[in-house]
Write a protein that binds this ligand. Structure first.
Ligand code: HEM
Length: 196
């Protein structure tokens, strides 16, 4: 499925508001996580390695969520009933997000969409694009804590390639930096602007 057919995926469209920070400020954040042009190249390489494994990656991540009631909770009505359609629709966008994470360098459309993803985790916009009837907000502590599983679990998929140990390591660190960078951007709607 091409990305413009993914329900709710609005990357690059006029529906996505401009980011509240400039590309210069974004550049400073990239420097803060030591993200440079080598990382951009290693993410492109990671994209090649991951492109045929996306469903397997998603199986691992969805399995991890499914194993923890307090995480599944965010896909439920709050009374123990998961919204299966919502889970499926988000899964498709999650797959596209893996491709977008590896599709460097990051430009203004990419930056704008990060703030959109952030909003979609909060009561500002959660459930909206899928018309889901699920709990209205994902607590920020889980977003931040999720950095580790989303990072650690990718390594075996990166290693499942002909690349050397050093290259796998470089792809892994580029991925890790990108996840920290993205989750940092996603915290924007959670805190008063003057504190962010
Ligand atoms: C949406 C990634 C943390 C639950 C999404 C999307 C992505 C994503 C890529 C789809 C964005 C789009 O609409 O295009 C991540 C990553 C996380 C993280 C990388 C942390 C590193 C969490 C946590 C939960 C969660 C901790 C709670 C279990 C959801 C839900 C949606 C969503 C319910 C749908 C939001 C909506 O209604 O539009 N996430 N997520 N996410 N995520 Fe996360």
């Amino acid at each position: 499925m091409s990305s413009d057919q993914i329900p709710g995926y609005t990357y690059g469209s006029d529906e996505v508001p401009d980011a509240p920070i400039s590309m210069d400020e974004f550049e400073r954040l990239q420097q803060t996580v030591l993200f440079d042009e080598d990382d951009e190249e290693y993410l492109q390489l990671a994209g090649d390695v991951l492109k045929d494994q996306i469903d397997d990656v998603l199986d691992v991540w969805y399995g991890f969520v499914a194993d923890h009631d307090f995480l599944v909770y965010y896909f439920t009505d709050g009374e123990g009933n998961p919204d299966e359609e919502y889970l499926d629709r988000v899964r498709e966008r999650f797959g596209q997000w893996i491709r977008d994470t590896c599709d460097t360098p990051y430009d203004e459309d990419w930056l704008n969409y990060q703030f959109e993803i952030g909003r979609r985790h909060t009561r500002e916009k959660k459930n909206e694009v899928d018309d889901a009837e699920a709990v209205e907000h994902i607590d920020m502590r889980y977003l931040v804590a999720f950095i580790y599983p989303i990072t650690a679990t990718i390594r075996e998929f990166l290693a499942d390639s002909d690349h050397s140990e050093a290259e796998v390591d470089a792809m892994y660190h580029a991925w890790f930096k990108s996840i920290v960078l993205q989750v940092t951007l996603w915290t924007y709607p959670y805190v008063p602007e003057e504190n962010w």
